[in-house]
Design a protein around this ligand. Structure first.
Ligand code: ADP
Ligand code: MG
Length: 257
């Protein structure tokens, strides 16, 4: 990537969040995420990781502070953001193709553009042969691929992923991690990812943000300076192991805070 732009793509300034009259979930959060970064949030359950994604996407408002996405409010930036959840959230009565085309339908894209784009992203994630199948006929990994394809079909500038591979076995997860990075080489999106797997965080990210709980706040930031493209072999290297060990240590620190 070339020189960093002056304005970060995601900017949190002094963001505080409580739900209703509940306790403080996030306290004075400052975040700057640049275009093209792959940032992963890790931290104990309940520390506010999902809340950060919901704030970025405008699904919930901050209680205090300001959030800017490409200089806009999250609500105004909404159309440029795609969200992938842990359960693939496919509609059971629609085929894979029609599930993948859903976002474009909601955007009222012209029918020929919709057809072309849907076919292209299905091919990108390797689901072209099961396009007419229904979600119940797919494995967990394939469902997640369909969910990724749907998110990418709208050509997002920002991809938010909340533990998308947590329900998959380790091999499927590793493969999807590799695919996700391959898609990132082909498309231009910035990613904010949430996981409980330190190894997954190291493999995918340009930067890991470790959150501490009660209230949620940044405990540490770990840059991941491993070169791209990253392939399966990277996981066996000493640099990878060292980063996983370091991130695990920092995460344990955050737990006892
Ligand atoms: P994480 O994703 O790190 O596990 P969450 O962001 O889901 O954490 O939740 C952080 C805290 O906010 C938790 O204590 C959770 O119970 C609370 N919380 C999350 N969503 C809501 C909501 N819609 N209403 C009330 N409390 C919520
Ligand atoms: Mg969560």
């Amino acid at each position: 990537m070339s020189a960093a732009p002056a304005v970060p793509q995601i900017e949190f300034a002094n963001v505080t969040k409580s739900y209703g009259t509940g306790r403080l979930v996030l306290s004075a959060l400052d975040l700057n995420i640049q275009k093209g970064e792959f940032v992963t949030l890790i931290g104990p359950s309940g520390c506010g990781k999902s809340t950060v994604l919901k704030l970025i996407s405008g699904l919930t408002p901050p209680s205090d502070g300001t959030i800017r996405i490409d200089g806009m409010t999250p609500k105004d930036a909404r159309e440029t953001i795609s969200f992938i959840f842990q359960d693939a959230t496919l509609l059971p009565w629609r085929t894979v193709r029609d599930n993948v085309g859903l976002g474009l339908e909601l955007e009222r894209a012209a029918s020929d553009r919709r057809k072309k784009t849907t076919a292209a992203v299905l091919e990108l994630v390797g689901l072209q042969d099961v396009a007419e199948a229904y979600p119940r006929e797919l494995s967990g990994g394939m469902k997640m691929r369909a969910s990724i394809a749907r998110a990418l079909a709208t050509n997002p500038r920002l991809l938010l992923m909340d533990e998308p591979f947590a329900a998959l076995d380790e091999m499927s997860r590793d493969r999807l991690n590799e695919e996700l990075l391959r898609l990132r080489e082909e498309q231009q999106w910035t990613a904010v990812f949430v996981t409980h797997s330190v190894a997954e965080a190291v493999f995918l990210s340009t930067r890991i943000i470790v959150l501490a709980p009660k209230p949620g706040r940044v405990h540490a930031v770990i840059p991941v300076d491993l070169p791209f493209p990253r392939t399966a072999a990277l996981r066996e290297g000493p640099e990878f192991e060292a980063l996983v060990a370091r991130a695990s240590h920092v995460l344990r620190e955050a737990l006892v805070q």
